[in-house]
Design a protein around this ligand. Sequence first.
Ligand code: FAD
Ligand code: NAD
Length: 463
Amino acid sequence: MKEISCKLLVIGAGPGGYTCAIRAGQLGLGTVIVEAAKPGGTCLNVGCIPSKALIHAADEFHKVGRMASGESRLGIAVGAPRIDLARTMAWKGSIVGRLNNGVAGLLKRAKVKIVEGRARFRDGKTVEVETELGLQVIRAETIVIATGSVAAALPVLPFGGKVISSTEALDLAEIPERLAVVGAGYIGLELGTAFAKLGSRVTIVEAQGQILPLYDSELTRPVARRVQELGVEVMTGARVKGLDGGALSVERADGSRTAIAADRILVTVGRGPATEGWGLEAIDLDRDGPFIRIDDRCRTSMRGVYAIGDVTGEPMLAHRAMAQGEMVAEILAGHKRAWDRVAIPAVCFTDPEIVAVGLSPEEAARAGHAVKTGLFPFQASGRAMTLEREDGFVRVVARADNHLVLGIQAVGAGVAELAASFGLALEMGARLEDIAGTVHAHPTLGEGFLESALKALGHAIHA
Ligand code: FAD
Ligand code: NAD
């Protein structure tokens, strides 16, 4: 048995954990990070990156398919596309591999010691890790828990056989002929759309009254329309009852039952914290529902133990985990930091994409604000026309009295890249006049942001 001591021990090398460890290393804190699987966590290995790779491959395949069937207005003709899924998956795997090595390299450069194996708490200062070389005991002044999340299972539809989570969906050997998706949230819609473009017949079952219930219906309407165009059947207000002779048994909103034949059933009904099976009960931290409770410095109920990322609850997004990780490292190095971010952008990589930062019009009204909103439709954008994608809009929400921007949302092809300017505007406390007073390059989709602000001010030029 080997023993080491360190200033900081980080458990889990996902976006939260590796960012925390790298920043701590840069700040000169003796840091050890333990990872049971590969560096990069859910996001890099089985989440953000592989899903966006598959979505890109599906988009390309679908685009060529449209050209082959004579649907392109650009005068481009090609033969019918074929896809070699094994090569697609190998390409996806090569991106993941490059990034795994990249994260490991960044940790080493920051002089962070990486221990491979599953950590288990002995007490609030001591963790043991079963490594290939035997048991490693690590004593630390401070421990950061960054163990992330796992896919939530439905008791009536446990994982196994044809019932799969996103992890298996991102590693399929064949494109399923018939795919049923349970849950029309982020993963269900992103992957459901990708498989529809790859040729699967997709049915999506959602318990709530609309797809992507997290967003308002104005924002999700273009996505619902596109999903319908792709031939995806969407059943909202429907409840899954289990498997019935291999088919998915579903109770519709009106109480009637239907059976959906499917080769694969992808269950995407949310994710839960990774808190089980590694001795967390030994230190008995306060919980917020199933998640670890934290304060505005990511401190848990035990002194010297912090928690960051998905294990601490919504929003379960990689960039939130990273921002928390960086903040905690700086706090441990003695900097005065607390969570004071105005907003965390959310991007849904559907077709078209959705971006939301800050408050929607309804949320602003519920918070008691009198608001002005401005909406610029991409139908009026020259850039959107040249990209053959006029669906969607940019919408800005501001206080009626002083025009402080409270929220910005957009839906449209490629709008994910606008998240940075939307986030910056909110974080810098921009008013409508600041956006209107910024020269936006032409022709870009970003001009929609300028135009939405002008619209809210009552003098839009192009709409
Ligand atoms: P994780 O990334 O879950 O990392 C936790 C790490 O801890 C894992 O590597 C795990 O092996 C390790 N670990 C757990 N327990 C132990 C232990 N006892 N000992 C040692 N190691 C341990 N978010 C976005 O922002 N954008 C997206 O586009 C996006 N797409 C997604 C797509 C899918 C299909 C999924 C599933 C998720 C997606 N997410 C996305 C969410 C994103 O992946 C998570 O928010 C993010 O990974 C959380 O980071 P984390 O560091 O908290 O935890
Ligand atoms: P989600 O919370 O986004 O969506 C789950 C959906 O399942 C909801 O619409 C919910 O109403 C529905 N649902 C719940 N129980 C159901 C049932 N019994 N029958 C039918 N529908 C049911 O969860 P997810 O899609 O699994 O994603 C998990 C997390 O991963 C998200 O919270 C998100 O933070 C993260 N993620 C983010 C991105 C991104 O940022 N682009 C992409 C993928 C995942």
